[in-house]
Every structure is written in structure tokens, then in C-alpha cells.
Design a protein around this ligand. Sequence first.
Ligand SMILES: Nc1nc2c(ncn2[C@@H]2O[C@H](COP(=O)(O)OP(=O)(O)OP(=O)(O)O)[C@@H](O)[C@H]2O)c(=O)[nH]1
Ligand SMILES: [Mg+2]
Length: 355
Amino acid sequence: MKAALIGLLQSGKSTIFSAVSGREIPPVGSTTIQEAIVPVPDERLDWLSRYYKPKKTTYATIDCLDLPGFNFADEHGRAAARRLNSQIRTVDLLVLVVRAFEDPAVPPYRNTVDPARDFAELKTEILLADLELVATRIEKLQKQVNKPTKTQPHDKAELALQQKLQEAIEAEKPISSAVETEAEREMIKSLGFLTLKPIVVAVNVGEDQLNTNLDFGEGTATVAVITICAKLEHELAQLDAGSRAEFMAELGIAKSAASKFVNACYSALGLISFLTVVSGELRAWPVKRGIVALDAAGKVHTDIKRGFIKAETIAFDDLKQFGSEKAVKAAGKTRLEGKEYIVQDGDIINFRFNV
Ligand SMILES: Nc1nc2c(ncn2[C@@H]2O[C@H](COP(=O)(O)OP(=O)(O)OP(=O)(O)O)[C@@H](O)[C@H]2O)c(=O)[nH]1
Ligand SMILES: [Mg+2]
């Protein structure tokens, strides 16, 4: 699963990228896309690795991209943004990094720091990029539909759909409102419309604004908003675990914003984790919320899916509460689940199978 950090010039994308990935900060003004596999912090795994003492602990990960900053204020910048947009059509999640920090050393986009304005501009540009894609597609299909080819019926149906999408966008409605059936969703899936992707807004605040709640107005109900001080998080990431805990206690923060941020991306992607302990490895498996046990088994190994018998399941919370697998069993909380069982976040599963 891929998440792309996008935003206006110097909003702090690369600093956040570095804080969550442990990489060096890509230079300001860099024109290349950086990519890193980022582990998803999980306190349950931390606890379980103390309990099971496995040889190896494997966290779930997400693939994180750091993009060059958008500059819609000039033509050259707009052309660059167009190229970049075409490269993020395959990602699963957009993270909009919006600057709220004041710093005389960092010149603000359009000369003032104004997170609500920047957010609105980004949203508009994303919508325009989709509108452009729709227009290009319509033009192409219009040429194509009159040819008696094998794809003609499909082309006609897609043209009608694209026209419906165009109307929606022009009426400032989200594309999703115009996609009514599964067949329609399938038809446009490969185009990668940006406004169909889930969005996390990361507001990059100054150290003195840590507790501010910014209001982005209407229409943001479906996105997660998270406040982060990129500079501070980057400094925290440089420390070893001991001094980090000390420093965080001093600042009165329980959980680093970087880990909250990664967790927010994870759930915005619609992912949950189930956990396994197999041959000395404790592992979190990222799966779509709603997955059934049989398909979860297939993630671990195709043989396990093929020979699936039962999923022996313990909820993490039960294990933590009762203190041991034995006590969980004695309390009757160990479950034997079948193929159709909907896997829950934090299920510790031992698949029984036979091949
Ligand atoms: N004071 C302060 N400065 C920050 C913060 N986050 C980033 N900066 C500074 O802002 C500048 C830009 O940061 P980057 O992380 O490179 O921003 P970016 O969005 O990746 O920039 P581009 O890729 O060039 O668009 C750097 O000089 C950072 O040190 C912050 O939270 N507080
Ligand atoms: Mg950058």
C-alpha cells in the first residue's frame, strides 16, 4: 500500500518523510520522488514481543513517497505539477502536508502562512487534475465510439460515465457521487482519479502550536486531520530510544506525532492488522478491514489457505488482560473460527491447516 506526501513548496514534506522513515532529509527543492518502506508502530507488537520473546518481530509497513513541492503560482511549476500528478495516480492514499509553522528563515508560499488557503488551493488543484483527465478521456472516447470495434459497447458506456463525472466535477461535487455501480467503479479504476483516494491532512505546526486545532471548514469530514511539528519529530527521530522517551516525558507527549501520523495513514488506507507467531517470528499482517479468515490465511501462505481447517484466535486485549495464553483459554476466550470469520484488528491467529 502506497501513500504519497504532497503539498506546496516547503511545507515540510521531506522533514516528515525523514522523521517517519529514518532517512536523511531530501534537500529542499529536490525534484525527484523519494520512496521508503515505513514500519507501522504498534504497541501490541511491542507488548507481545516481551511476552513471546520471538527471534524476530516484523511490523506492518506502508510504502511512503516524498514528492517535490507543488508551485501553482507559476507556469513552469504548473507543468511540473501536472507531471507529478500523473505519477501519483497509482498510489492508495494522499497525504496533504500543509504549512502552519511561522519561521522567518523559510519563505512562505504566496508570501503568507495560511493553512486554510493552502489546503483549499491543493484541493482545487487535485480536482482540476481529475477534470483534465476526464476531458482527455472524453476526447479520446468520442473519436473511438463510432468505430465498429469489439470494444464499442464498452467505449459507449465509459463515455457516458465520463460525461457524468465531468458534470459532477463542474458542479463541484466529488467524483464518488457520480459513480453508482460496481461496474462503473471497475471501469475507471485504472485511471487513478486523485479525488477518489482517501486523504490525510498533516498540518505542520510550529513547536508553540502543538495543541492548536485548525478548522478546514466544510467537506473535510471524510479525511483525517493530524497535527505534527515536523522539525520536532525529526529531532526526536534522531535520538536513541532511551533519550527519546526522556525527552517526550519532559514535553508531556505520550506518543510521537510521527507514529500517530503513520497510524492515521494506516487506518485511512482501510487497513487493520492480525498477528501471528510462527517459527520464532512475531508478525503483523496488514489486511483490508472486513477480510475473512480464509483470505487472511492466504496472505500468510497459499498452502494455509488451501488446507484451511480453523483459525485459532485470541484477541490481543484478552491476552493482555489475562496475562497468558493459558489463562485466556481457561477463561473460555480462545476461539476456533471458520473460513467466513471476519478478522478483527489485533486478532492473534494460529491457522490450523492440512495439506
Ligand atoms: N520552524 C520550522 N521549520 C520547518 C518545519 N518543518 C520544516 N521546516 C523547514 O522548512 C524548510 C522546508 O522543509 P522541507 O521538509 O524540506 O519541506 P518540503 O515540503 O519537503 O520542501 P520542498 O520539497 O522543497 O517543497 C526546511 O528549511 C525545514 O527545516 C517546522 O515544523 N518548523
Ligand atoms: Mg521536499
